[in-house]
Design a protein. Structure first.
Length: 152
């Protein structure tokens, strides 16, 4: 199984919108209201957010079978580092039919290579329980300094 991972472009917007919709509805048999409208608005959202949301796709042949995002956040400068950024891995998804063949690992490797190239101070991820081992194999660890708060 030969997979190609690359930075996505606006030309991939519809395929990525389809993957996002699949990720949100996986295991849910209910119909999605206005799925076509979502695909259109998601494609526009991609164009608007390319400076801060770096998309990646995984391809098998001509089919886009996975995606991941590296979201960049500007950090408050310090005297030592006037230009600081961090990253967050978001919306990583591989279609069920090709999972467990290294595609998620290849996507994550590409995302982290870009994070290293951009000299990000740190990269975080909010993971499903199922994907935690993938992130741990890539060097992610639980850190007691990170706190989270649910809204409300």
């Amino acid at each position: 199984m030969q997979v190609t991972v690359r930075r996505a472009t606006e030309d991939d917007a519809v395929a990525m919108a389809d993957l996002r919709l699949a990720a949100l509805t996986e295991g849910d048999s209910r119909a999605v209201p206005d799925a076509l409208g979502f695909v259109d608005s998601f494609a526009s959202w991609i164009s608007d957010h390319l400076p801060t949301h770096l998309p990646f796709v995984a391809e098998l042949g001509d089919d886009v079978v996975g995606m991941a995002w590296l979201v960049l956040t500007e950090r408050v400068p310090s005297p030592e580092r006037r230009y600081r950024r961090s990253g967050d891995v978001q919306s990583m998804y591989v279609v069920p039919e090709v999972r467990d063949h290294g595609i998620g690992a290849a996507l994550l490797e590409a995302v982290l290579a870009d994070a290293d190239r951009l000299a990000l101070e740190h990269v975080t991820v909010h993971s499903s329980d199922q994907a935690v081992p993938l992130y741990q194999r890539a060097g992610f660890q639980h850190d007691p300094r990170w706190l989270g708060r649910e809204p409300g």
